[in-house]
Design a binder for this molecule. Structure first.
Ligand code: TEU
Ligand code: CA
Length: 538
């Protein structure tokens, strides 16, 4: 037995796309409450709630204007308290999204800070421009493309923003900022939060503001990624606040490598409990995931082996609100849709670590089916598209790449049923619903044996009852262009998992008793069918 957050499976909710309760087309907190029984029935023990705080929504809530209040689109603080209570009654814990690299420019700290004499001036990173103010203070470029500096007329200086210009970065050289953050943590932990998913947590401390070395994208990174000051902050938050509660943290750590991750989440470091890294979702991507390259299963196995064996505990995920749908990415949207979705469920739930399922993943939701840029909402997609066009990438190619990787792929509303509005809303959804909701929806799958949903449910239950799957060592056994085989060892058992990422049958010699198969077979004959997955006891 490990800690509760190692035993459980996490379900990520992107509130605006989960369940609308009042017909305004936007998912909300009462909507989430109305679906808690469904979440429980899947076998989930923890919810990660993407931001529900007050926000002008320039980046869908990742731009917070009041950390201790709720976005009226989603409901009220009373609704939020009811959500904690109702979840608890079902044995579900909730972790909140902690976005502390930046606030919204509409946060009162920032508004005050535009005044040079304000006590809030040092809450943010203000610098005069170069060349008499005409050029930004340095050459850094941000995560959403373009300079990381925005000129502010009112104070005649520039402020730093690693993300959108409506997301000014906080200044962690100022101890007052960290004190504010501690108050925010306490506020939510006292309300009942069981921990935090910490947004871009490895870039919050800027050691220097010197020019960055040449880079295609995200110039300046070496001055703020995984700095000593960053570790100091995490240790302090842990010691002063988090250690006083029964909670855990998962850090979203951008462009992180294994050595950096170890420094952030190995238990003896007393910083984070686990981290989200990205390598395993980028084996078929170049340049910040918008440019494709050929998928090789063997490469995926290498990446998995490195991280699975390198960290004591992993955060295991294949989807979130920033990533394309996994069935559209490593699976098949056509003939083998259901089978490949189940194969990917097998992957997710047989790795070592806490598994995270993103809403809709459990029914095999696919990427959006929009015809062009006009349906998109995501600020990143829009900026990246603009940049691609500026770099003379043909419109057709730029659109293909956006369609493949846009964050809006994951953000289309949850498909609950065949009803109009997919059971998500009775109004006009804030982002168009995927046209396949009549074929892919919760209600149909919930009722059908052998559905993707039922398979997730079964895999979750299987993991819950199997110590080897939870805590056994990960051992890579075999990989080629299309297939991978690995073992989980320990707990007195030896499990072998074989996965086929291709539409062709593959000969893979394996021995043992079949425990779980996504094709329903009980004997293995040495041939792994298209997108087949199999878990065996050896
Ligand atoms: O994302 C951080 C981040 O850098 C990447 O996920 C990025 O959005 C993209 O995948 C790079 O191509 C976090 C949040 O998850 C995201 O939704 C926010 O937009 C971002 O931080 C800013 O808060
Ligand atoms: Ca609503």
């Amino acid at each position: 037995m490990g800690k509760w957050w190692q035993e459980e499976v996490v379900y990520q909710i992107y509130p605006r796309s989960f369940q609308d309760s009042n017909g305004d087309g936007i998912g909300d907190i009462p909507g989430i409450i109305s679906r808690l029984d469904e979440i429980k029935a899947l076998g989930v023990g923890i919810i990660w709630l993407s931001p529900v705080y007050k926000s002008p929504d320039a980046d869908n809530g990742y731009d917070i204007s009041d950390y201790m209040d709720i976005n009226p689109k989603f409901g009220t603080m009373a609704d939020m308290e009811r959500l904690f209570k109702e979840a608890k009654a079902r044995g579900i814990r909730i972790i909140m999204d902690l976005v502390i690299n930046h606030t919204s420019d509409e946060h009162k700290w920032f508004q005050e800070s535009r005044d040079k004499d304000s006590p809030y001036r040092d809450y943010y990173i203000w610098r005069p421009g170069r060349m008499g103010g005409k050029l930004p203070p340095n050459n850094w470029t941000g995560f959403f493309m373009g300079s990381t500096w925005e000129y502010d007329e009112k104070s005649g200086e520039y402020y730093l923003h690693l993300f959108d210009k409506k997301q000014p970065d906080l200044n962690y050289h100022n101890p007052k900022v960290l004190n504010e953050v501690k108050e925010i943590l306490r506020f939510w932990l006292d309300k009942g939060a069981a921990g935090f998913r910490c947004d871009v947590i490895n870039v919050i401390y800027k050691t220097s503001l010197k020019d960055g070395k040449p880079a295609i994208a995200i110039r300046g990174l070496e001055h703020y990624k995984s700095q000593e000051g960053n570790h100091r902050i995490l240790k302090e938050l842990r010691k002063d606040v988090l250690s006083k509660y029964d909670c855990f943290t998962v850090g979203e750590t951008v462009m992180v490598d294994l050595d950096e991750a170890k420094m952030l989440c190995e238990p003896e470091r007393e910083e984070l409990d686990m981290v989200f890294y990205f390598d395993h979702l980028e084996v078929d991507r170049r340049v910040a995931r918008y440019v494709p390259k050929k998928f090789k299963a063997k490469k995926l196995l290498e990446v998995l082996a490195k991280w699975q064996r390198g960290l004591s505990w992993n955060a295991v995920y294949l989807e979130n609100h920033d990533q394309p749908r996994i069935v559209s990415h490593y699976g098949d949207e056509g003939k083998y849709w259901a089978r490949s979705a189940k194969m990917l469920a097998t992957l997710l739930l047989t790795l070592k670590g806490t598994p995270y399922i993103y809403q809709g993943q459990e029914i095999g939701m696919t990427n959006f089916d929009y015809p062009d840029m006009s349906s998109l909402d995501d600020v990143e997609s829009k900026n990246v598209y603009k940049l691609m066009r500026k770099l003379q990438i043909p419109a057709k190619t730029a659109w293909d790449w956006i369609r493949m990787s846009s964050r809006d792929n994951a953000r289309t509303p949850m498909q609950w049923s065949q009803e109009e509005g997919a059971g998500f809303t009775t109004g006009t959804p804030w982002l168009p619903i995927n046209g396949n909701y009549k074929e892919i929806n919760y209600q149909d799958q919930h009722e059908v044996n052998g559905s993707v949903y039922r398979f997730y449910q079964r895999m979750i239950a299987f993991r819950a009852g199997n110590e080897t799957l939870k805590y056994g060592e990960f051992v890579p056994l075999f990989g080629d262009d299309d297939t991978i085989v690995y073992a989980r060892e320990g707990g007195g058992e030896h499990l072998v998992v074989a996965l086929n990422f291709s539409p062709e049958q593959k000969e893979i010699p394996l021995e043992g008793e079949v425990l779980i198969s996504n094709t329903g077979r009980s004997e293995y004959d040495g041939k792994l069918g298209p997108y087949e997955s199999i878990v065996m006891r050896h």
